[in-house]
Design a protein around this ligand. Structure first.
Ligand SMILES: [Zn+2]
Length: 323
């Protein structure tokens, strides 16, 4: 972190921590995405972040006559991010649409054939946008995260790129500056950080219910409330064992008594086709055919053959790859 000329420069890690601490009285309802066009990557020397920030402030205040630098944040080619205008003021970034907005300027010209955004810069834009959306409860969609290009310069109306518009944040900004481009490319990257995909824990083992009916309880105990019932032959995924009880849900407290669950082997079929027979040898009739990659549950083994259901369905064990 570095402070100079009244601006603070953060790494993206520092920014993510800082933004969560900011108290802002103004209501924030949108996040605007821009590129500076000028200055561009050729003006960045690796250590002149805040000099560039001061230069933009000079143009905005002295030349344009605005109250301060237009943007709240500038993101640089090396993935650092600088503060600009106070968060308590509207930005001066999209004509007619600055109320309740926050504005990010990306240093560079991201029109096709111009600056190629660095991977550090991309990472910082995505993470800073996600951190801002989280902090101000902005939904990650094209109503709340907006590109300058979507607004008519004359009327200030949202036209989604029709009429007279800037190309900002660039015709090559994360693959394009249209609403469809944002929805296909940029917004999913932001959304994945704000709402990370649920990670499913691995299954510890599989089991088959051996009781006619088996209560599912909310605790690993017969004192737990019955929340559901499973029945004979049902295949359960087991994630945890606790004192004779097993948890059968990845994310929820759903427990059954382990005594009524038979542990099964689990594997996949190796060859293109595998005959299922009515008994544990080639003398028995074919009753079915499995194909490569099919999952099988193994109930029993007899002389190299696997019983793969409660019924008399058998396959040759050599052709199954067990976990
Ligand atoms: Zn712009």
């Amino acid at each position: 972190m570095k402070t100079k000329y009244g601006f603070t420069l953060f790494t993206i890690d520092e920014f993510e921590a800082w933004i969560t601490q900011q108290q802002v009285a103004r209501t924030v309802l949108s996040l605007q995405m821009h590129h500076t066009w000028i200055p561009n990557y050729s003006h960045f020397k690796g250590n002149n972040h805040l000099e560039m920030q001061r230069g933009m402030q000079y143009v905005h205040k002295v030349i344009n006559g605005w109250s301060d630098i237009a943007q709240h944040f500038s993101i640089f080619p090396d993935g650092t991010i600088a503060t600009g205008r106070t968060l308590e003021w509207n930005p001066a970034c999209i004509y007619g649409n600055n109320s309740n907005a926050l504005c990010i300027e990306n240093i560079g010209n991201f029109d096709k054939g111009e600056d190629e955004m660095t991977s550090q810069h991309k990472d910082a834009v995505v993470r800073a946008s996600a951190a801002i959306c989280k902090r101000f409860n902005l939904k990650v969609d094209a109503d709340y995260v907006v590109y300058h290009h979507w607004f008519d310069l004359g009327s200030g109306m949202r036209t989604n790129g029709m009429g007279i518009t800037k190309s900002c944040p660039g015709t090559n900004f994360f693959g394009g500056n249209s609403v469809e481009d944002a929805e296909a490319n940029f917004l999913p990257l932001v959304s994945a950080i704000v709402n990370p995909p649920v990670i499913i824990p691995p299954v510890d083992w599989y089991g088959s219910v051996t009781a006619h009916r088996l209560n599912i309880r909310n605790l690993p105990s017969s004192k737990g409330t019955v929340i559901n019932v499973t029945s004979l032959g049902a295949i359960l995924r087991v994630y945890e064992e606790n004192n004779g009880w097993i948890r059968i849900s990845a994310g929820n407290q759903e427990w059954v008594y382990a005594r009524y669950v038979m542990r099964l082997g689990h594997g996949v079929v190796i060859p293109k086709g595998l005959n299922v027979r009515s008994g544990p040898s080639t003398k028995y009739n074919k009753v079915g055919l499995l194909k490569e990659g099919d999952a099988v549950f193994v109930y029993e083994e007899q002389s190299g053959w696997y019983k793969i259901s409660l019924d008399e369905h058998w396959v040759a064990g050599n052709y199954v790859n067990l976990d």
